[in-house]
Design a protein around this ligand. Structure first.
Ligand code: ADP
Length: 394
């Protein structure tokens, strides 16, 4: 199928879109409708000629914003729509064509992702209304990690919580980990091996991939578990909740806000959740920024070392996401914190591989390889959409 795929990532007040065609040389039409429902709603993006545009949407809801996005598109009409859906629970192990039963199943998984799945579904419904004739495919953030074995996905909790309520580790950022691990398999001289992938953006997670399948990952029941992130704490002592409740009288909502919105790089630095800002401040010896970067890097290394237990053999590490693709100093610190892994970084290659460059950054005498691979979650969603439709045409 050579026609483009429209990829939609719908949040509670925003819709991100991209038109992914099979001809990679074309500039990709993409954009963001934001602040939906508000008087200052806007659509901004890039057109097919690579020119940026921005226009007001004046209080548009999701369906009106979708119509404005369609209006902004040029070139061949999309052949299908691929939707990013955050949580697929245990039911969805791969991309799935959306029909009424699938919609109901995504809805019932909403309890596991109360902030994300309902917002994703608003985008699905708006698109179904506007394109009733087009195939719509759900691509789940959790699906890539459905290959985890029980030893990696079970919490040490009474089993009825798993059996009756689905409480287990699911993992997220699946499209990103799938994309970069497939890409490194293609680029490396050691295909189908054992890779550790580190997606470092505003949200951060690591993944162990053995022969193309996720075998462990750092996020869990929710995207809060694991690494230090922009505003999320990542792992804390599970006793923290009871402690804050007993000692400070904090409610669950207050603790949830603390861990999801006030912690991570922002909380540690007291300054910002943005790595660029922190690197500047650390260069000027801001203590909070220095500490935030130090903890961030140490925790990535610690997570990679832990996940290496899931691999029969370690062939290399892949960095991706806004920080992984650009912050060469962060990559250097992570490698430095794993001295027993036999990794050797090429300082020159590391410094040069930024700003969307793809490449290998290890020195000749490195044991495992080191790679920077810019992620392409939209490309992966389009790829899985296309693959599903070519396997099972309408
Ligand atoms: P999201 O998870 O929202 O998609 P991104 O993958 O875009 O986020 O990553 C955002 C993070 O990447 C921010 O912390 C930002 O500061 C960081 N980042 C982007 N460019 C650079 C850079 N040149 N140097 C250091 N950090 C960067």
């Amino acid at each position: 199928m050579r026609d483009p795929i429209l990829v939609i990532n719908c949040g509670s007040s925003s819709i991100k879109y991209a038109v992914v065609s099979d001809a990679p040389s074309q500039p990709r039409q993409s954009g963001l409708a934001e602040r939906l429902g508000g008087g200052d709603a806007r659509l901004k993006g890039m057109d097919a000629d690579g020119h940026e545009f921005s226009r007001p949407l004046h209080g548009a809801d999701h369906t009106e914003a979708m119509a404005a996005i369609l209006d902004a598109l040029s070139g061949p009409a999309p052949a299908a729509v691929g939707h990013r859906i955050v949580h697929g629970g245990e039911r969805f192990t791969a991309a799935t064509r959306i029909d009424p039963a699938v919609l109901r199943a995504i809805e019932s998984t909403g309890a596991l992702a109360p902030l994300h799945n309902p917002a994703n579904l608003v985008g699905v419904r708006a698109t179904l209304e506007l394109f009733p004739e087009l195939p719509q495919i759900a691509v789940f953030d959790t699906a890539f990690h459905q290959s985890l074995p029980p030893r990696a996905y079970r919490y040490a909790l009474p089993q009825h919580l798993y059996a009756r309520h689905g409480i287990r580790r699911y993992g997220f950022h699946g499209s990103s980990h799938a994309y970069v691990s497939e890409r490194v398999d293609h680029l490396s001289s050691r295909p189908h091996g054992g890779w550790l992938t580190a997606h470092l953006g505003n949200g951060c997670s690591t993944c162990a991939v053995w022969q193309g399948r996720s075998v462990d990952t750092s996020m869990g029941l929710t995207p809060l578990e694991g690494l230090v992130m922009g505003t999320r704490s990542g792992d804390v002592d599970p006793g923290l909740h009871a402690h804050l409740s007993r000692q400070l009288g904090w409610s669950l909502e207050r603790i949830d806000t603390l861990l999801n919105r006030e912690s991570g790089l922002l909380g540690l630095s007291g300054l910002s959740n943005d790595m660029r800002r922190l690197e500047q401040a650390a260069a000027e010896h801001h203590r909070g920024a220095e500490l935030a970067i130090e903890v961030f890097c140490y925790r990535i290394a610690k997570s990679l070392a832990a996940l290496s237990c899931a691999l029969p053999r370690l062939d290399g590490i892949v960095f991706t996401g806004g920080i992984g693709e650009n912050a060469s100093a962060v990559r250097a610190r992570v490698v430095e914190a794993l001295p027993h892994f036999g990794l050797r970084l090429s300082a020159a290659a590391n410094a040069a591989t930024v700003g969307g460059q793809e490449g290998r950054i290890d020195a000749d005498d490195s044991g495992p390889e080191l790679w920077v691979i810019p992620t392409d979650e939209e490309g992966q969603i389009a790829f899985e959409t296309r693959q599903l439709l070519s396997e099972a045409p309408a």
